[in-house]
Ligand binder design. Sequence first.
Ligand code: ZN
Length: 270
Amino acid sequence: MAGRWAGLTLRSSAVVVGFSVCGCLAASVPTATRSASSGGTERGAGVRVVSVESAQVPARPLELVDPAVDCRTRKCVALTFDDGPAPVTGRLLDTLAAHRVRATFFLVGENVERHPEIVAREAREGHELANHSYSHPNLRRPSERVVRRQLRRTQEAIRRATGVTPTLMRPPYGATDRGVAAITRELGLAQVLWSVDPMDWRVRDKRHVARVVSHEAREGSIVLMHDIHPSTVAAVPRIIERLSRKGYFFVTVSELFGRPLVPGEIYTDR
Ligand code: ZN
């Protein structure tokens, strides 16, 4: 049952996954928190960047996005971006639009409230929007009430910005357990982890990120990246170019599976 683990038997695996991203705790959280909590200056800068980029590459109407690819007959890979939106996300969207590539964004609720216009653009351009908690805590620690609130607030923020209600979530640090599984099941959210991790939060080098992703991606891979780092955003044109040359198509996580995922269950690849 590659890539699909029963939510309730995951605990030991979750520990391993948790470890693999524990470094992320050290490096990625302060960055995410910084982008989420640094008030007016950064927000102003973000709006400026986005408006300039929007002027250069106008948002394309949905009908111009390539139709869904059938991943039963094509080699598919899902690029996923966590922790945004951030000011640099606009540049990533330009790249994806220029290559007609769809991706999945695991959004932090407080960043959605800071940059609703970027999230609206993600939805308009055919990307999949998913829940990555409200303020990026380790969801294995707080009470059930807090976990539920973290996920619900983000669902509401995304719905307010776009009208879309996500059906996928990714627990911060990949840290999940029976309690998180039960709450995600209750809220109608499948848990999506990953199978390729270039550790882009630690190695801020576009060549490294592009090399790891293009070497490790396989048919059905889910690739974990973070659209809060300029080095990651700069790696994406190279990733698209190399994997396209190997015959891969880029799809959203839902397109990768081609069927509704089961709320509460955990998926790492297809
Ligand atoms: Zn994260």
